[in-house]
Design a protein around this ligand. Structure first.
Ligand code: NAD
Ligand code: MG
Length: 383
């Protein structure tokens, strides 16, 4: 029985993780759920799953949640400090980081320092501070199990091969809703079009990132840290059907791939259940439904975010942190119709040149870099 804390239980990953836990009551026990501001769903989840503790990050919603759960034996807390403390609870074995953005960094650090196993969906944490997080995980003997489908695929290919060096990995990308578009066409795309992903149903931020290929850029950096790779060992190939979730090439030239229908429940369940493969009722893949699996080169000239992410990874230091912060600001502005689709790349590029470079950042450096990059990005948007 694994006792689980879900940070971000009301989101796309969080709700699917709850489905997995519900379907496997003999394997998982839900200890903690947290949400930023969706108090109604958090309350519904708490009433259904009866966790030990719930946290609502937005403090003015505390009364509402507390009132709704007062007849239950459930502890209710509010605020960021509470979020960082509940991951340390003695009754938690594993923390699923399913919140979105930089906000995941601090609670993930606290969970690792408390010796909790991590099921990592929050890729931004590894993008911002990959060195720091992987060093801490090693120091505290904590495993980080990937939830992201591509990284889960690579992990699944590596099981049984941990003694064999990786020659390279190939991350697959769907290409998003705008695959094949020109820059002139991208300049005109709307928020509604960007929010329609062809294969996956996800939260708003990652859906925009998928449309701009920033998601793949973040995943390249995530893979570097998860699997200890050199930059040149990471390839990206566009595979519009999203059936091959990613591949590993070994030193004998052999390539292993993991395949399946695009359904995040599978990688979530694999991360929570590892080393077991739990029986599931997920729909099964049939090759005959997909007679054509196709592959193409990503267009880094048109989708500049992917090129910027490669650059940030290569130059290292606090640049991925700058990239991430600028992107978070750019995406939320795009979602408020304040900037166009292509302007997001301009904002990120400008922040990458203007915010001071730090070669070996400490935690405090990440905090100040994130703040500075957000300020820069916001100034550019006001202009
Ligand atoms: P979402 O927007 O659907 O949900 C986000 C969750 O985080 C919500 O529960 C929200 O309450 C919480 N949250 C938001 N801001 C917060 C803050 N400042 N502090 C604490 N909690 C906060 O997002 P999602 O699509 O579920 O994605 C979550 C993470 O998983 C992201 O890092 C994303 O990149 C990653 N991921 C998602 C998918 C997917 O299919 N959705 C796939 C791979 C990776
Ligand atoms: Mg992914």
């Amino acid at each position: 029985m694994k006792r689980i804390a879900i940070l971000g239980s009301t989101g796309s990953i969080g709700t699917q993780a709850l489905d997995v836990i519900k379907a496997n009551p003999e394997n998982f026990e839900l200890e903690v759920i947290t949400a930023h501001s969706n108090a109604d769903l958090l309350i519904t989840q708490a009433l259904e799953f009866n966790p030990n503790t719930v946290v609502i990050v937005k403090e003015d919603l505390y009364k509402k949640v507390q009132e709704a759960l007062k007849h239950k034996d459930i502890k209710v807390y509010a605020g960021v400090n509470a979020l960082c403390s509940v991951v340390e609870m003695g009754t938690v074995d594993m923390v699923l980081t399913a919140m979105v953005g930089y906000a995941g960094l601090q609670p993930t650090i606290r969970a690792i320092k408390a010796g909790k196993q991590i099921a990592l969906a929050n890729k931004e944490t590894l993008v911002v501070a990959g060195q720091l997080i992987t060093d801490l995980a090693r120091e505290y003997g904590v495993n980080i199990y990937p939830v992201d489908s591509e990284h889960s695929a690579i992990f699944q290919c590596l099981v049984g091969e941990f003694h064999n060096p990786i020659e390279k990995i190939i991350l697959t990308a769907s290409g998003g809703p705008f695959r094949g578009r020109t820059a002139a066409e991208l300049a005109q795309v709307t928020k509604a079009q960007a929010l329609k992903h062809p294969n996956w149903d996800m939260g708003a931020k990652i859906t925009i990132d998928s449309a701009s290929l920033m998601n793949k850029g973040l995943e390249v950096i995530e893979a570097k840290w998860l699997f200890g790779l050199k930059n040149e060992q990471i390839d990206v190939v566009v595979h519009p059907q999203s059936i091959i979730h990613s591949l590993v090439q070994f030193e004998d030239g052999s390539i292993k791939a993991q395949l399946g229908l695009p359904d995040m429940k599978l990688p979530i369940q694999y991360a929570l259940g590892y080393p077991q493969r739990l029986k599931s009722a997920f729909p099964r893949f049939s090759f005959l439904d997909y007679p054509q699996l196709t592959f193409e080169q990503p267009d880094l000239k048109t989708f500049r975010n992917l090129a910027l992410a490669f650059e940030a990874m290569e130059r290292g230091g606090n640049l991925p942190c700058i990239l991430n912060a600028a992107n978070e600001v750019a995406v939320s502005s795009f979602l408020r119709d304040e900037v166009g689709f292509l302007e997001m790349s301009d904002i990120i590029e400008s922040c990458m040149t203007k915010v001071a470079y730090i070669a070996n950042p400490s935690y405090e450096d990440y905090v100040s870099t994130d703040r500075e990059a957000r300020e820069r990005a916001s100034e550019l948007i006001i202009k």
